[in-house]
Each structure stands twice: as structure tokens, then as C-alpha cells.
Design a protein around this ligand. Structure first.
Ligand code: SAM
Length: 281
């Protein structure tokens, strides 16, 4: 009988065999619950090609390989590459790339996979220390129809956050603009080796129809990030700094009917879109 990589005993064995210790600096927490791992892969719409960020020792990669035509996995820890070649030796549809995901040619890879396999989704148990930049990157590249990621619970909360909530951020706005966001299920800390003190959640982003093209989306996101740059400052002050133009910042907010005392954290997606569109005029 197959003993999957993500069973607690097999993971322990692999770590011992290769003398590995989970590296905190790389956000390494290996999933040791085969039921959760398979559930995650099955939910990920990964039947054609799927990109994984941080395969670790291959627990999730294995389930993705079982359910998709092709898996491309980016791993930054060079010590894990020979391990992955061993643990995933039975799967000939997995491409492991030793690279920091934040610097890879994501658009090029998505285009290549789309041409070969039809569609590309993303599925990952994200390293917690780069969750936000990874998601920012995924949001502004390549129109990915489904992104299914495991993140710490507090990050997951940001996607349910509404204007005025303390968790409401540029990430919440970007996600809500491009995607329907759904929490699939909670994953307790004990499902990882080593176990973190916090629970995680699996979040799925399903792409919406958006009228703007990718260049406009990027420009909108740049504006959103600038508006949230200094959270304590008003929208007006952040905008003024971004535009380097006091009068324009004031005129744009007035044209949108937004008070100069408002903070970005109080603005909903439509209000931020109206600021963007006013600036385009
Ligand atoms: N997928 C495995 C699992 O679920 O058991 C491991 C997940 S672990 C939370 C995060 C993984 O991301 C680690 O393998 C870590 O080395 C890798 N990682 C960290 N930073 C990365 C980066 N910038 N680019 C690619 N992988 C990275």
C-alpha cells in the first residue's frame, strides 16, 4: 500500500533519512495530514497544469501530481531539491525549479503551461513570511482562474475584512476586486511538522470577469498600495504623496465625493476604483 509523503510517519522518516530540520527562515512547516492534503489538491481545479510554491519534501506536490497533468513547483531551499527528486521519483509529471518564487518569470511559465496543458491554477501551502508578496504577485500576473492556498488564519481573515475592520488592507481590496474569495476549511496546527502555534485556513480565489486589462489592473493596484502606504494617514495625504501634486489629490477626491478626512481603510473597492478612474480622465 502506498504510504503518502504527508503521513506523519513517512515525513518523519524522510526528515531523518536526509538529516533535515525544518528551516524557520524559509517558513517551513510540513503538512502531515494526508486527508487534508488530498482534500486541498482535489479542491484546487488542478486537472490541467498547476503551479506550486514551496513543495518542501513533496507532500502536497504528490497529491497534485496524482490529480493533474503537470505540476511545476518552485522551491528556494537547495537542500530540498535532491530530496524532492527522490520522494517524487514515481511521478513523471513534476517539474521542480530551484528558485525564489518572487523572482521567477511567472508570466513566461504561465504562458508555456497554458499552451501545453490548456489551463493553469495555483495551489500551495504558503511560507508565512512571504504570504503577502506572493499573493500580490499572483494577483497581478497571468489571470489565474483558481488560486488555492493555505495561509495562517489571521491572513485568511483579511479576505473577509470589510472597510473599517483593522484587517482590511491593500491585499483585501485587490483580492475583492479580482476574485470571489472563499474559505474552504480550517487546518489545525497539529497537522504540521513542526506544529505552529496558530491555525491555518485554506482559501480559494476564483477569478471574476473584470473589464480592465492587465496594464490597467496593475496601475490600479499600484494606486491601492499607495493609498494604504501609511495606514494612519488620510487617503488624501497618501494620494498627495503618490501623485506629488496637492491640488490634483484634492480635486480627484472631491470629484469622487470622498471627504479629505477619509482613510484608505474606510474606502470600499468601488470608491477606490472611482479614484483610479478619475485619475485616468
Ligand atoms: N508544501 C510543503 C508542505 O505543505 O508540506 C511545504 C510548505 S512550507 C509551509 C513552505 C515551503 O516554501 C518550504 O519548502 C520553503 O522552503 C519554501 N519557500 C520559502 N520561501 C520560498 C520562496 N521565496 N520561493 C519558493 N519557495 C519558498
Amino acid at each position: 500500500m502506498t504510504r503518502f509523503i504527508s503521513t506523519p510517519s513517512r515525513t518523519k522518516e524522510i526528515l531523518q533519512t536526509y538529516g533535515l530540520k525544518a528551516r524557520k527562515g524559509f517558513g517551513q512547516n510540513f503538512l502531515v495530514d494526508p486527508i487534508i492534503v488530498e482534500r486541498c489538491a482535489l479542491a484546487a481545479h488542478c486537472e490541467n497544469a498547476v503551479i506550486e510554491i514551496g513543495p518542501g519534501i513533496g507532500g502536497l506536490t504528490e497529491q497534485l501530481a496524482r490529480h493533474s497533468k503537470h505540476v511545476t513547483a518552485y522551491e528556494v531551499d537547495a537542500d530540498l531539491i535532491p530530496v524532492l527528486h527522490d520522494t517524487l521519483a514515481a511521478y513523471d509529471n513534476v517539474e521542480i525549479i530551484l528558485q525564489d518564487f518572487l523572482t521567477c518569470d511567472l508570466e513566461g511559465k504561465i504562458q508555456e503551461l497554458r499552451e501545453k496543458y490548456g489551463s493553469v491554477s495555483v495551489c500551495a501551502n504558503l511560507p508565512y513570511y512571504i504570504t503577502t508578496p506572493v499573493l500580490f504577485r499572483l494577483f497581478e500576473h497571468g489571470e489565474i482562474p483558481y488560486i488555492t492556498v493555505m495561509v495562517q488564519k489571521e491572513v485568511g481573515d483579511r479576505f473577509a475584512a470589510k472597510p473599517k475592520d483593522s484587517e482590511y488592507s491593500a491585499l483585501s481590496v485587490e483580492a475583492a476586486y479580482l476574485y470571489d474569495v472563499k474559505k474552504l476549511f480550517t487546518v489545525p496546527g497539529r497537522s504540521f511538522n513542526p506544529s505552529p502555534n496558530v491555525d491555518s485556513v485554506i482559501i480559494q480565489f476564483t477569478r471574476k470577469e473584470v473589464e480592465k486589462d492587465i496594464a490597467e489592473i496593475r496601475a490600479f493596484f499600484e494606486l491601492v498600495r499607495a493609498c494604504f502606504k501609511q495606514r494612519r494617514k488620510t487617503l488624501y495625504n497618501n494620494l498627495r504623496e503618490y501623485l506629488q501634486d496637492v491640488d490634483k489629490a484634492r480635486a480627484v477626491l472631491e470629484a469622487c465625493g470622498l471627504p479629505l478626512t477619509m482613510r484608505a481603510q474606510e474606502a470600499d473597492v468601488d470608491q477606490l476604483v472611482s479614484v483610479f478612474e478619475e485619475l485616468q480622465k
